[in-house]
Design a protein around this ligand. Sequence first.
Ligand SMILES: Nc1ncnc2c1ncn2[C@@H]1O[C@H](COP(=O)(O)OP(=O)(O)OP(=O)(O)O)[C@@H](O)[C@H]1O
Ligand code: NI
Length: 359
Amino acid sequence: MSTHNSQQTAASEEDTIVTTRDLSVSYDLERGESRVLDGVDVDIRRGEILGVVGESGSGKSMFASALLDAVPEPGLTMGDIQYYPERGETIDVLDQTDEELRQMRWEDISMVFQGAMDSWNPTITIGDHFEETLKAHRVPKGEGMERARQLISDVYLDPDRVLSSYPHELSGGMKQRALIALSLLLEPEVLVMDEPTAALDLLMQRSIIALLSDLQEEYNLTMVFITHDLELASGLADRIAVMYAFGFCEIGPANKVIHSGGHPYTRALINSTPNLNTPVEEMEPIEGESPDPVNVPDGCSYHPRCPLSDEHCIESNPTMRPTPSDERDAPHEATCHYTDKVPEEIPLHIEGVRYDERE
Ligand SMILES: Nc1ncnc2c1ncn2[C@@H]1O[C@H](COP(=O)(O)OP(=O)(O)OP(=O)(O)O)[C@@H](O)[C@H]1O
Ligand code: NI
């Protein structure tokens, strides 16, 4: 493990744009403390697309909003987040004043929230939304609206039509595209997107994914892309992080996570995912239930559902360790005591061209 640690330190000086350490979110509920994000350590690399996948309720949205210190009230965010801008001083995200956060959320780390397509104010035009954002950040209107028009064309929409429209005059896909353009208006370096394609049909999903890929290249963006759709993530992301029970259980290059998953849960998730090449009868739903954040199992949180679990897994909570496909310049890690045994014990049912083969 020590070689990995020294590698991470070197990376945080050069290639890393955001680091989180022990990032956690908790809610004080009547029935106890609800830990809805539990100890996430990640180094997000400058210019990468990091896909974050997991079942509903696994903590994806909490992770996304914690990155901007924007979790729903009265959640308590703990741990450490450092943001290393291209220029200027390192920002300690959890140490910002409200005013500093307001600025940071558009100008540095921007976010498209889950379901945000419906958050357009119905009484003003799309153009008014762009103008208000510019005004709030004291950007001259002329230059700002020029960038707005460019971004709207970048998302393959007609600027004249879109800017003069009211939200209800646009289709869902158009509203989502306009929202992506708005989120890039103040030239953020990081874009966090929580299920940006969830409410859209398959064709529109594909076109938004293609668009995000283009935008990432054009503006050298770093993207955190949250989705419950593994297949979508594998087509877009450089790396994939898998969430289980409010934390990351695996992280690595997208193709490795899909084809050589090192955590039993990752492999179960892949085997339970419907796709064009596997008939529904061959899908294997994951048995058991996902944990309640007030009462997460001791030891490895996946042990009650895991076919490989033994005494050791009940007693001791595994930290991230290299999987068999871990490489020095492409770390691939999982939180399982038995990453070595996992590939042969839990075969994957991937047949034919199911997921994009990257690299
Ligand atoms: N405002 C809130 N107060 C307390 N608990 C919450 C709140 N919002 C969500 N939770 C809980 O936090 C946990 C993680 O939820 P989160 O929304 O991050 O999941 P998710 O992975 O984004 O799920 P989905 O795929 O359905 O969007 C869940 O147990 C959820 O019930
Ligand atoms: Ni969510």
